[in-house]
Design a protein around this ligand. Structure first.
Ligand code: NDP
Length: 476
C-alpha cells in the first residue's frame, strides 16, 4: 500500500488495539498501525495473514501520519490516563488542524470532557465493550463528541460493531465525554450483574454443597430462560472448566480476590456526586474490595467460624427468580443514573438507544436488554422498575429475591448486591419512609430546619427557641 492511502490509523497494538485493527481490516478498511514497541507491530502484521494486505505497519508517529489519507482519523488504544494525554501531546503537532483523534480506551469521562475542552483539533471519546473477542468480531461502541466528527468515521464504527439483527450496536450517544460515561455505567452494571451471579454461585456451592459441573448445568439451564445472557453463559463455562496445570475444577484453583480497573469505582463515586442511588452497583464494588482482604477474612473465620452454612431451603427456581428481580433492579439503577447525568451535564442521551447498543457485543448483553429497550422507549423518563413489563416481572419475582436474601442471611451467606437491590426496591415503594427522624435529628443538633407537612419550609422543632446561639453550634 502507498503512503497516504490508509482510511484510518490505530495506535496501541495490545489486546484491544490488535483485535480492533484486525476487525477494521476485515471489514475492508485500510488501517495504518503503530505501537510504542516496534517489535509488536512487526509481529502483529506478520501474523495477520490475509488481513495484512489492508494494514500499513509503521515504526514512527511521522510514518503513521504519512500513511493515512487526510483528513486523518487515528484511534488510540493505549491505557487510560496519562498515556492518553502523552500520546495526544506527541501526535497533535504532527497532525493537520482537522485531523481527528479518537480515544477508544476506558477513559474516565471527566478526563474526556477535559480533553474535548482542551483539544486543538477534532476529538472523540469512544467507549468500546466486549473484551478482546468483541473488539475482534464486533464490540458495542458508545461514541461521545461532535456529530460532525463522528460522521467522519461512522461507517467504520457501524461496520466493525456487533449487530443485533441488522442493527449495528454503535452510535454517538452524546457530546463530550458521554460515550465514556455510558461505557462507565455499563461497567458498573457489569460489576453488579457479576456479583449477583457470584452470590447465587456461593449459595449453590456452600449452601447446597453442589459440585462445579452441577452448578455449570444450573447456569446453562438458566441461559435458556429469561436470564439468557453472556454473563450467565460464561459463568457456566467457567464453572465447568478444568485447571490446565492440575486438572482440578478451575474454580477450586482461582484465588477468590476480584480484580478491578476502576470503572465500577468511578460509577459509584459519580453516583454519590449526583446523589443518585445505585446501591446494587456500589455493593458490588465494595464486595470486590472485601474479596481482596483475604488475610483479614481468614483471621475472621478463625475467630468467629466460617460464615456460610449448608442449607437447602431454596430451590433452583427461587434462585433464578431472585436473579431476575435483582438484575432488573440493578439495570434500573444504571439507567436512572444516566438520566440524572443528562440533567446535570445538559446532555440528551437516548436511554432506549443505550439499551439497544448493549444488546450485542458487550459484556452485559442479554435478551432482557431487548425488553428494556422497548420498555424505556414506550415509557420515556420512567424508572425501568415502574414500566409495566418490568413492574410485572418484579411483582412476580421480588418474593423470591426476599426469600433468597433472608435465607442467605440466616445461614451466613453474604449477598450484598442482591440485598442492596431488594432494599432499593422496598425503599422505592415506601411512600412515607423514616427520614422525618433524620430531619428532626439534624434540626435538633444543627438547626438545619425541615419542611413541614403543611408546606412551610425552614421550620424548627421546639428546641429551637431554647437554643440561644445556633450559629455557634458545631454542625456535623
Ligand atoms: P494492553 O495492556 O493489552 O495494551 C496496551 C497498549 O498500549 C500496548 O500496545 C502498549 O504498547 C501501549 N502502551 C502502553 N503504555 C503506553 C504509553 N505510555 N504510551 C503509548 N503506548 C502505550 O491494554 P488493552 O488493549 O487491554 O487496553 C487498552 C485500552 O482499552 C485501555 O484503556 C483499556 O482499559 C481498554 N479496554 C480494555 C478491555 C479489555 O478487555 N482488555 C475492554 C475494553 C476497553 P507496548 O506494546 O509498547 O507495551
Amino acid at each position: 500500500m502507498q503512503d497516504g492511502q490508509a482510511r484510518i490509523g490505530l495506535i496501541g497494538l495490545g489486546t484491544m488495539g490488535a483485535a480492533l485493527a484486525s476487525n477494521i481490516a476485515e471489514k475492508g478498511f485500510e488501517v495504518a498501525v503503530f505501537n510504542r514497541t516496534t517489535q509488536v507491530t512487526r509481529e502483529f502484521v506478520a501474523d495477520a495473514g490475509d488481513l495484512a494486505a489492508r494494514m500499513v505497519p509503521t515504526e514512527t508517529l511521522e510514518a503513521l501520519v504519512a500513511a493515512i489519507a487526510p483528513p486523518r482519523a487515528i484511534i488510540l488504544m493505549v491505557p487510560a490516563g496519562q498515556p492518553v494525554d502523552d500520546q495526544i501531546a506527541a501526535l497533535r503537532p504532527l497532525l493537520d488542524a482537522d485531523d481527528l483523534i479518537i480515544d477508544c480506551g476506558n477513559a474516565n469521562f471527566h478526563e474526556t470532557d477535559r480533553r474535548v475542552a482542551e483539544a486543538t483539533g477534532p476529538f472523540l471519546g469512544v467507549g468500546v465493550s466486549g473484551g478482546e473477542e468483541g473488539a475482534r468480531h464486533g464490540p458495542a461502541i458508545m461514541g461521545g463528541g461532535d456529530p460532525a466528527h463522528w460522521a467522519r468515521v461512522e461507517d467504520i464504527m457501524l461496520a466493525i460493531a456487533a449487530h443485533h439483527g441488522d442493527e449495528p450496536c454503535a452510535a454517538l450517544v452524546g457530546p463530550e465525554g458521554a460515550g465514556h460515561f455510558v461505557k462507565m455505567v455499563h461497567n458498573g452494571i457489569e460489576y453488579a450483574d457479576m456479583q449477583m451471579i457470584a452470590e447465587v454461585y456461593g449459595i449453590l456451592r456452600e449452601g447446597h454443597g453442589m459440585g462445579y459441573d452441577a452448578i455449570a448445568d444450573v447456569f446453562a439451564r438458566w441461559d435458556e430462560g429469561p436470564l439468557k445472557s453472556y454473563l450467565i453463559e460464561i459463568s457456566s463455562a467457567v464453572a465447568r472448566a478444568r485447571d490446565v496445570a492440575t486438572g482440578e475444577p478451575l474454580l477450586s484453583q482461582i484465588i477468590d480476590a476480584a480484580g478491578q480497573k476502576g470503572t465500577g469505582r468511578w460509577t459509584a463515586i459519580e453516583s454519590q456526586h449526583l446523589m443518585t442511588p445505585i446501591p446494587a452497583i456500589e455493593a458490588a464494588v465494595v464486595a470486590r474490595n472485601v474479596s481482596s482482604r483475604r488475610e483479614e477474612r481468614a483471621r475472621g473465620e478463625a475467630m468467629f467460624g466460617a460464615a456460610p452454612e449448608r442449607f437447602d431451603t431454596l430451590d433452583h427456581d427461587t434462585l433464578e427468580r431472585a436473579l431476575i428481580a435483582g438484575k432488573i433492579l440493578c439495570y434500573a439503577q444504571g439507567f436512572v443514573m444516566i438520566a440524572a447525568t443528562c440533567e446535570a451535564h445538559g446532555w440528551d442521551i437516548d436511554l432506549p438507544q443505550v439499551a439497544r447498543l448493549w444488546r450485542e457485543g458487550c459484556i452485559i448483553r442479554s435478551t432482557m436488554l431487548d425488553d428494556m429497550a422497548a420498555a424505556l422507549e414506550a415509557h420515556p423518563g420512567e424508572n425501568l422498575m415502574r414500566t409495566p413489563f418490568f413492574a410485572n416481572l418484579l411483582k412476580e419475582n421480588h418474593g423470591a429475591l426476599r426469600r433468597v436474601v433472608a435465607e442467605a442471611a440466616l445461614h451466613g451467606h453474604p449477598t450484598p448486591a442482591l440485598s442492596s437491590g431488594l432494599a432499593y426496591f422496598d425503599a422505592m415503594r415506601t411512600a412515607r419512609g423514616t427520614a422525618a427522624l433524620i430531619q428532626g435529628q439534624r434540626d435538633f443538633f444543627g438547626l438545619h430546619g425541615f419542611e413541614h407537612v403543611n408546606g412551610l419550609f425552614h421550620q424548627h422543632g421546639p428546641w429551637a427557641r431554647q437554643t440561644a446561639t445556633p450559629k455557634h453550634e458545631p454542625k456535623t
